[in-house]
Design a protein around this ligand. Structure first.
Ligand SMILES: [Mg+2]
Length: 288
């Protein structure tokens, strides 16, 4: 959200409160109305607050991460038990952002700046600073794989220019995860379609399970612009969740956003805020 948008919003709120007070004959002081309007300037109505606060503080969020990696470990144990001499080697494929790498400091920055939509320019500036932490349970699971001779492949879709690949590799090394090398890192700069990496890895390995925070990390099918179509695809694949694909929670970004807005990184406009509200009230009680 731009600074001018915040000021416009405050003016609108101030006018709205004054109109309400005047209409009700309850006006006692203009300063009261102005004090209410000031709350807008603090960013207290930011669309991101609930989702970001949840990711930053909820024990439930972290428990869901552990749950995901606990299930991954069960799937791996099953695969190892079934493996016979001469079988192809096993591998795990994982997405990076919001799957094994926690980007909370980026979202916290946006909130402090009163921004309420993903911002690509800030993301590109933030990313090389390595202000990341490992998603709970991820490093332990990848080490568990490594200890059992199972390769882990990191597949991400990012574009920070010519140094994109280097930044991603440095982050893996920074997080001290195993297989932090060029043979195990795929970075797609031009597309969010990760299919070529999955196919390449499947040439040599049996993929035990894939991990991601976006169903597009599992199949390209989920890169659609319609909420109901995406929900129907998810129902079609319902037997795969927790068996072939393990999903990490992410309420701030991903291709679910594209289904609402028609694009994955919608600009911070009131038109888009109305679309967000319409999505949130899709199944709303009418109050009667
Ligand atoms: Mg991700």
């Amino acid at each position: 959200m731009s600074e001018s948008k915040g000021i416009e919003g405050a003016d609108e709120e101030r006018r709205r409160i004054l109109a309400l007070l005047l209409a009700g004959g309850a006006i006692t002081s203009v300063s009261g109305a102005c004090a209410a309007a000031e709350t807008t300037d603090e960013g207290l109505n930011n669309n991101l607050l609930w989702a970001v606060a949840w990711k930053q503080t909820a024990a439930e969020y972290r428990a869901l991460c552990y749950q995901a990696y606990n299930i991954a470990r069960m799937r791996l144990d099953d695969a190892l038990r079934q493996q016979k001499t001469g079988d192809r080697p096993l591998a795990i494929i994982t997405d990076m952002d919001n799957t094994m790498l926690h980007v909370g400091s980026y979202w916290g920055y946006l909130v402090n700046e009163n921004m309420d939509f993903f911002d690509d320019a800030v993301w590109d500036e933030w990313l090389p600073n390595n202000l990341v932490t490992a998603v709970p349970g991820s490093r332990e699971f990848f080490n568990y794989c490594s200890d059992r001779g199972v390769d882990v492949f990191y597949v991400t879709s990012r574009d920070q220019g010519e140094r994109t690949y280097e930044y991603a590799l440095v982050q893996l090394k920074y997080l001290e995860v195993p297989f932090a090398d060029e043979a195990h890192l795929f970075v797609f700069r031009e597309s969010s379609d990760k299919t070529p990496a999955r196919e390449k890895i499947a040439e040599k390995f049996d993929i035990v399970v894939l991990l991601g925070d976006n169903l597009n990390d599992y199949k390209r099918d989920y890169y659609v612009k319609d909420v109901d179509e995406r929900l129907a695809l998810m129902e079609r694949d319902r037997a795969d969740w927790g068996t072939k694909f393990i999903l990490l929670p992410n309420p701030t970004d991903g291709n679910w956003v594209r289904a609402i807005f028609g694009e994955s990184e919608p600009p911070p406009t009131d038109e888009n805020r109305r679309k967000l509200k319409a999505a949130a009230t899709r199944l709303a009680w009418d109050g009667r």
